[in-house]
Design a binder for this molecule. Structure first.
Ligand code: FAD
Length: 400
């Protein structure tokens, strides 16, 4: 596949217009860390890279907003923000390669979505080039700007199928004074559910709540003989943290989970780094189930029944369960995703996606994205408006 690297937004628009006129398929490329997320491309075309589109357009620090071109890497962005005591609290794997455009296109959300929200909450302005080469934008550079159709929300998670995102304005947060992890080992699903119900209402307001299963996490467990580790991240001022730690330990004990302890600061950093990278870690098969939070424990128990050796990282307060299988389950991907986990996820208003598998070329719409929700004709109509010739990432997403 030919890879092109426009140096300006005007060049990008010109290239897309040329591809439109010649009906050439186009594949937007960011840091290329997640090209295996989605169905594989089946037709040849132009790879259009945002590598050279990485300029800072506006950084009014006091307004807590930033406008940048989307080829900027998440690491470069984080370094620039850290100099001002600010952050974009999205936990992206492979930060030195992954770009802001890729994060918005894939709607990448990590564990801190529990306390800080999702990509959709942070993108307040967007500029993109549609499938005909026309530049369009939505939102703006200030936090209150809700006039018109909300292109920011539509393009977040559109997987590069509605436009190539060239520029974004994001909201920022101040870096908290301190952060700490309170961990506790648990044995049964009922206790986990009690703890989660408590944490959802907790006055300690955690920023992340993770349920972990598997040998990979044993060094963070108080009692490695217990089945699960529950890890809760608190952030705030020193006095908030001191109070929160004690309150959490008491509340967990009251839920049937005694023995909570705070990780050392080194272990705290290492744990959240490992959690952040987990979706990108090497496993024979990695799937992700997204349900309401009450669906997470039944899904986790089903997965551990299927393969007791699997590794699980769950943003359990948000009902997101990522599972790495070391061996392909006997039922194959289709049996696992479509017959076993899919129906269970549906009960909890969710679905299953495949993040990594040994033979991506064999993935189907059903095994990649699980049971689709929403009327298909509506997805198709929206796609036609933005990309009438179906040239942007053809065959990779949900359109039929
Ligand atoms: C194995 C793995 C699994 C992951 N699973 C998930 C997941 O389940 N859910 C999730 O939300 N995140 C997931 N991520 C995280 C996320 O997708 C990536 O970390 C990162 O956001 C991708 O950035 P990138 O620049 O490398 O994008 P790329 O890998 O270059 O591109 C990823 C997708 O975004 C499109 N794209 C890239 N840039 C643009 C742009 N400027 N405009 C329009 N489209 C663009 C591409 O066409 C492609 O479809 C996963 C990451 C990995 C490595």
């Amino acid at each position: 596949m030919q890879s092109l690297q426009p140096g300006t937004v005007e060049e990008l628009a010109g290239l897309v217009e040329q591809a439109y006129e010649q009906s050439v398929p186009m594949y937007p490329l960011g840091g290329q860390t997640a090209l295996h997320y989605g169905l594989p491309a089946k037709t040849d075309g132009w790879g259009i890279s945002t590598e050279k589109l990485n300029r800072v357009i506006d950084f009014p620090v006091k307004d807590l907003t930033l406008t940048v071109e989307t080829g900027i890497t998440i690491q470069a962005l984080a370094d620039m923000l850290a100099n001002e005591g600010l952050m974009l609290p999205l936990d992206v794997p492979q930060q030195s390669q992954a770009t802001l455009g890729g994060v918005i296109a894939t709607n990448c959300n990590g564990p801190r979505r529990f306390g800080y929200g999702t990509v959709r909450d942070y993108v307040i302005g967007i500029q993109a080039v549609n499938g005909k080469g026309q530049l369009f934008h939505g939102g703006g550079r200030v936090v209150k700007n809700v006039a018109g159709y909300d292109f920011c929300k539509l393009l977040t998670g559109s997987m590069g199928t509605l436009g190539i995102i060239s520029q974004a304005t994001v909201k920022l947060k101040p870096v908290p004074e301190e952060a700490v992890t309170v961990a506790v080992s648990l044995d049964d699903g009922a206790t986990v559910e009690n703890c989660i119900a408590m944490l959802m209402e907790s006055p300690t307001v955690p920023v992340a709540v993770e349920l972990l299963y598997g040998a990979r996490w044993s060094e963070y467990a108080g009692d490695p003989n217990r089945r699960y580790t529950l890890a809760v991240q608190l952030a705030g001022t020193e006095s908030e943290i001191t109070w929160g730690q004690q309150r959490l330990a008491d509340d967990l004990k009251a839920c049937g989970a005694p023995g909570a302890f705070a990780l050392s600061s080194e272990a705290h950093v290492a744990l959240w780094q490992q959690i952040q990278e987990f979706p990108a870690a090497e496993h024979e098969l990695t799937i992700q189930v997204k349900t309401v939070s009450s669906g997470a424990v039944p899904v986790i128990e089903k997965c551990t029944e299927t393969d007791p050796q699997c590794t699980i990282q769950s943003d359990i307060g948000n009902g997101v369960v990522t599972v790495g299988f070391e061996e392909m389950p006997e039922t194959g991907i289709s049996g696992l995703v479509v017959s076993q986990l899919g129906p269970l996820a549906t009960v909890y208003h969710g679905h299953v996606e495949t993040l990594r598998c040994p033979a991506p070329e064999d993935l189907t719409l059903g095994t990649m994205w699980g049971q689709l929700s929403g009327p298909q004709w509506l997805h198709n109509r929206v796609k036609e408006q933005f990309d009438p010739r179906g040239l942007l990432n053809p065959g990779r997403f949900v359109y039929q």
